[in-house]
Write a protein that binds this ligand. Structure first.
Ligand SMILES: Cc1ncc(COP(=O)(O)O)c(C=O)c1O
Length: 466
């Protein structure tokens, strides 16, 4: 069988062949949709489902950060949990406001709330759903969402469904930019000064595309000082922070001891916890609002027993202390990668030319922790060359992230490090990244616009065959 990269790209390229023209007799509804897809096929930016890769391929993509899935640990705990509840009923058979509010679900939420030092927890089918459910429920007409420009798509969808009057972004991780937006809002709307209207600030603990960490303490201090009435509150999405930072991987809020200052924490079981589902940590007021106002809580069946059992064992294991070694190892692996790349003889040259930049590697020695997400920033368009190099030459899985997922001038290959990426493997990866960067440097020096990097020539050969 062909190597993973070849197999994946061959399938991808085959999916780029136009379809609408060959559908003359098909209902117009489907032809219209295929014509829309053809526009993206022609640009080669249609997203497709990828075949799953096995353990022979370097995994720099999956969200199994601490290897709880790959090791079989969470599965083992899940099967034991099912065995301990042989009479479990598969379906919740109703929403939370009807039959779906069963004991095991409520007990699990209580246990998770205790672990994270929250008043209460609400389990949702996914982290995406948690944001989409919470945000419209908590914002009233006249209220404002103020959000970091890098927040996740699910936060945008949640805001879009809300009745909030203002939705204003501020520059990524920039406390002064947040202050400016808050000042402008207060100046123009007396309700924010009197406390009649609320401001809901959306941030993430570790940003999923940039891998950097929110200056939460400064933002909370600023907000308390500007809004002593308490009408400005935070919703923090800890999807990428859980398992990676904080005591027993409990996240940024736990690390900073801000549990009482943050109105809502959105946690995920779908990433480091090796399970699936979202968790909303909040107080009883927010819980009541969620149950009575969140359309998702009213109109969707509650999470099923197997799902809740998976979340319960995943979160228990993650926060038990048993994963501390894996959490510490991820730190070592990321720092090892940074050191390997930045000590390479060509690093300064490729960095100066803008061929490769790694903002999160700067001053990493002076930071108490690094995140598992490492964006390799490239010149616009080059991210595709680098991703092809990693997939076709290095046998490592890491995808190019281009516009519109990130701003046009911030293209990158996104690496995600795991407990299962050995130091030797990480060294090899660093070597491949630098091989590619040196190749680009040579191409630049030769000054011939027609010359393409080796992996892209391999990709073009696959394109001809597709
Ligand atoms: C910041 C953030 N929020 C929400 C989600 C969605 O989480 P889930 O996969 O549980 O739906 C993700 C997933 O990538 C994420 O990175």
């Amino acid at each position: 069988m062909a190597a993973y990269g070849t197999q994946m790209f061959s399938g991808y390229l085959a999916a780029m062949n136009p379809r609408a023209g060959a559908m003359k007799g098909a209902p117009a509804f489907y032809r219209n949709l295929e014509a829309m897809l053809d526009v993206r096929r022609a640009r080669h930016d249609l997203l497709t489902a990828k075949p799953r890769w096995d353990e022979t391929v370097g995994d720099y993509t999956s969200s199994d950060f601490l290897s709880l899935n790959r090791s079989g640990r969470v599965r083992e705990l899940f099967l034991a949990e099912l065995a301990a509840h042989p009479q479990f009923v598969l379906s919740a058979s109703g929403s939370r406001v009807q039959f779906g509010n069963y004991e095991y679900l409520c007990e699990t939420e209580e246990e998770i709330a205790r672990i994270f030092k929250a008043e209460t927890a609400i389990i949702t089918h996914s982290g995406f759903m948690a944001n989409v459910a919470v945000l419209p429920a908590i914002a009233m007409p006249g209220d404002a969402f103020v959000y970091d420009e890098a927040v996740h798509a699910s936060s945008h969808d949640g805001m879009a469904l809300s009745k909030a009057e203002h939705k204003i972004s501020f520059a990524h991780n920039d406390v002064d930019a947040l202050r400016e937006v808050l000042e402008k809002l207060s100046k123009e709307n007396q309700g924010f000064v009197t406390g009649a209207n609320s401001i809901i600030i959306l941030v993430e603990s570790v940003y999923s595309m940039d891998g950097d960490i929110c200056p939460l303490q400064e933002m909370v201090a600023l907000t308390k000082e500007m809004f002593p009435m308490g009408n400005a509150q935070f919703v923090i999405d800890e999807a990428q922070g859980i398992g990676i930072i904080g005591p027993n991987g409990c996240g940024l809020v736990a690390l900073l001891g801000l549990e009482k200052d943050i109105a809502i924490r959105i946690h995920m079981a779908s990433k480091a916890a090796g399970s699936t589902g979202g968790i909303v940590l909040c107080n009883q007021t927010i819980r009541s609002v969620m149950i009575s106002h969140a359309r998702y809580m009213i109109y969707a069946g509650a999470p099923s027993f197997p799902m809740v059992a998976g979340i319960r064992v995943g979160i228990r294991e993650l926060t038990s202390g048993a994963c501390q070694e894996a959490q510490d190892y991820v730190q070592r692996a990321v720092r090892h990668f940074f050191n390997q790349v930045t000590s390479h003889p060509s690093w300064d040259a490729v960095n100066d030319e803008g061929i490769l930049r790694i903002p999160v590697a700067e001053d990493h020695e002076s930071r108490p922790f690094v995140s598992h997400i490492v964006p390799l920033r490239t010149r616009v368009g080059d991210e595709k060359h680098l991703s092809r190099h990693l997939l076709l030459i290095a046998n490592a899985n890491a995808y190019a992230i281009s516009f519109p997922i990130v701003p046009k001038n911030k293209t990158r290959v996104r690496l995600v490090f795991h407990a299962h990426n050995s130091l030797a493997e990480v060294e090899k990866l660093a070597g491949h990244v630098m091989d590619w960067a040196e190749e680009m440097l040579r191409i630049d020096e030769e000054g011939d616009d027609e010359v393409l990097p080796k992996a892209t020539r391999m990709y073009q050969a696959l394109e001809v065959a597709a």
